[in-house]
Ligand binder design. Structure first.
Ligand code: FUL
Length: 478
């Protein structure tokens, strides 16, 4: 009898030590570079080119090259402002629809090499990529497929020209390119013709040289357009999308689909929210006093980063080749406000208790440990679960942050947040759908010592981050 007891105790101890396996991935999952990209959260867009000098939004392609002549271009200034504002990368319009190339593209005669700037010896992509490297931020490019200057546009030869154009951007001369932006606009070329793009070839070309680059378009393949230019991702926002039968541009999925993604979508195509700090995409004098307010920018932060999307905020350099003080001052206010709001996580010191846990290594304490790769997960078959945070005292907050461990897919379909009232009753303070990489839910300001999150998922939920914050700066509510 004694022996049996000892054996049983030994087996139990062994079972306790047995490694608990992580949950299986669910649905489409991101590539490692897509996870790294999502963690960037905020990047800067820089629209710059002939339009900066003409005031047009869409240049005609017939602008004389000598129009491009910034008096004091300083990409070091752009990069240091971007870094100070919290952006992790800059994406520049290497070529916009007018076809003018900000680098000496050998297959074009409409470039900086034909301009008076630096006697035709300048290269904005070189200056910016060097400046980004110096600041330790990433460098990306927008190369418009639509070209209103190239005479081949509308013929199969244009696809060859465009492939060579991509090659000169990606072949390593500008270091690593983290994102390639394929704009969806596809109008007519100088000959009145429209182009049939060879997308598979364009993608192959980029990946040949920049295998980890994230390619943006209406249909990815790296990330997708969010469906509007006002800075608002869907309150429901799946990072998965069905692209079968769709193409970028006129053949794109409907904008509301782009805004929310597709539940159970076949491909991991997370949303990128591109929006300008000014009314237009390009700088113009008349908009120096129309830079978006701090409150507007904070609202955009909540409806992009706070809704499982990356924010790509356009800050267009002026005709001197510098970011105007009106924009840089606002960016510094924006950064200071974000730092202030998210400085104190009021769930620090809390104890987390879950209705179910998978076992050793997957407990709810992982949610609060600040480690991206450790997460709370439930047992297989348990897709509905709650986690209660016993706070270190009474806390007052109006923002709740939750993160899902996306390397295993986007699994949560809905959740509610409750706070314990003074009467000892749980009170629902939010009812939402998706979480994804990061969700920041604005709630009415509340004081409580316990918060409970109730989750319903398609597979065992995997939650790796939680926070409670008090935002006294923005008036954002939704
Ligand atoms: C659009 C373009 O037509 C605009 O000019 C701008 O570049 C914006 C980011 O994308 O499709």
């Amino acid at each position: 009898m004694r022996h049996y007891v000892i054996i049983a105790a030994g087996l139990a101890a062994l079972a306790g030590c047995a490694k608990v396996t992580p949950p299986e991935p669910y649905g489409a999952i991101p590539l490692p570079q897509q996870v790294e990209w999502q963690k960037m959260e905020m990047n800067m867009f820089a629209h710059f080119g002939p339009n900066t000098f003409t005031g047009l939004e869409w240049g005609l392609g017939t602008e004389a090259e000598d129009i491009f002549n910034p008096s004091s271009l300083d990409c070091g200034q752009w990069a240091s402002i971007a870094k100070a504002a919290g952006f992790k990368g800059i994406i520049i319009t290497g070529k916009h629809h007018d076809g003018f190339c900000l680098w000496p593209n050998p297959v074009s005669t409409h470039t900086v090499a034909q301009s008076p700037w630096k006697d035709g010896k300048g290269d904005v992509l070189k200056e910016l990529s060097d400046a980004c490297a110096k600041e330790g931020i990433k460098f990306g490019v927008y190369v418009s497929p639509w070209d209103r200057n190239d005479p081949h546009y509308g013929t199969p030869e244009y696809n060859d020209v465009y492939v060579k154009t991509l090659e000169t951007v990606h072949d390593g001369r500008y270091g690593e390119v983290f994102e390639q932006w394929f704009d969806g606009a596809n109008g007519e070329g100088p000959n009145g013709k429209k182009q049939v793009y060879d997308w598979p070839r364009f993608h192959e070309t980029v990946l040949k040289y920049s295998p980890k680059a994230i390619m943006f378009s209406d249909t990815g393949p790296g990330c997708r357009w969010v469906g509007n230019e006002s800075g608002v991702a869907g309150r429901t926002n799946w990072s998965t999308l069905n692209t079968k039968g769709f193409t970028p541009g006129a053949g794109a999925p409907p904008v509301d689909t782009l805004n929310s993604g597709n539940v159970h979508g076949a491909l991991w195509h997370p949303a990128e929210t591109d929006v300008s700090i000014r009314p237009g995409w390009f700088w113009r004098e008349s908009e120096n006093d129309k830079v978006k307010s701090l409150k507007k920018l904070l609202g955009i932060y909540y409806t992009s980063v706070g809704r499982n999307s990356l924010l790509l905020l356009n800050v267009p350099p002026d005709n001197r080749g510098l970011i105007h003080p009106a924009d840089s001052a606002r960016l510094m206010e924006f950064k200071a406000a974000i730092d202030e709001i998210f400085k104190d996580n009021l769930s620090d010191g809390a104890k987390a208790k879950a209705s179910n846990s998978r076992g050793r290594g997957f407990g709810p304490g992982n949610i609060l440990d600040g480690n991206y790769d450790s997460y709370w997960a439930t047992a297989d078959g348990v897709n509905e679960a709650s986690v209660t945070f016993n706070l270190a005292g009474e806390k007052t907050f109006n923002r709740v942050l939750i993160q899902e461990y996306i390397p295993l897919g986007q699994r949560v379909k809905s959740f509610t947040i409750e706070a314990l009232g003074a009467d000892g009753q749980w009170k629902e303070i939010a009812r939402e759908t998706t979480i994804g990489y990061k969700r920041i839910v604005p709630v009415e300001k509340i004081t409580t010592s316990k918060v409970r999150v109730n989750i319903s998922a398609f597979a065992p939920p995997t939650i790796n981050g939680f926070g409670l914050y008090l935002d006294n700066i923005s008036e954002y509510s939704d």
